[in-house]
Design a protein. Structure first.
Length: 163
């Protein structure tokens, strides 16, 4: 197993999308479970210093999810709805940051996560579709990439322990 810390790559396949690609030395089923099990999500999502307030997952089509953490005294929340669940290879869900005005569920970004396993390595791709280029660019400019790298590094450490 090699250390893949910091290896997530973001590309821009269209004016309203970005694609995150990251490899893990673990089975697709374990990566999928780490995304859909509250006890595991709390071990990798966010920063090691984050204090979990809410981690709810209703894993069914139409089911809701919500994460709220406290970081440096501020509460940060995200929520969404599961649209497709085809474990362990595909998960489609909306995602909305709770710190901005809510545009309504029809305007939430849509995340399409696919997991492809080959030779003990799972390549995770997350295509994020936004309602406009302006929203996509605002998200990318927010500094989300550094937090994403930290979370995926923590996910790598988690699946190494459980693989």
């Amino acid at each position: 197993m090699r250390n893949r810390h910091g290896s997530a790559v973001i590309t821009l396949p269209s004016d309203t999308e970005y694609l995150i690609t990251r490899a893990f030395d673990a089975p697709a089923a374990l990566i999928f479970r780490a995304h859909t099990t509250p006890e595991l999500v709390k071990r990798w999502w966010g920063f090691a210093t984050s204090e979990w307030m809410v981690c709810e997952i209703d894993l069914r089509v139409g089911g809701q999810w919500r994460y709220v953490i406290r970081e440096q005294g501020a509460e940060v929340g995200f929520h969404g709805e599961y649209r497709e669940i085809e474990g362990p290879h595909r998960l489609v869900y909306t995602e909305m940051f709770e710190g901005v005005p809510d545009p309504g569920p029809d305007a939430y970004p849509l995340n399409i996560m696919t997991l492809e396993e080959s030779g003990g390595v799972t390549t995770m791709k997350v295509l994020v579709q936004h309602p406009s280029q302006e929203v996509r660019d605002m998200i990318l400019a927010s500094g989300m990439e550094s937090g994403m790298q930290v979370s995926y590094d923590r996910l790598e450490d988690l699946v190494r322990q459980d693989a």
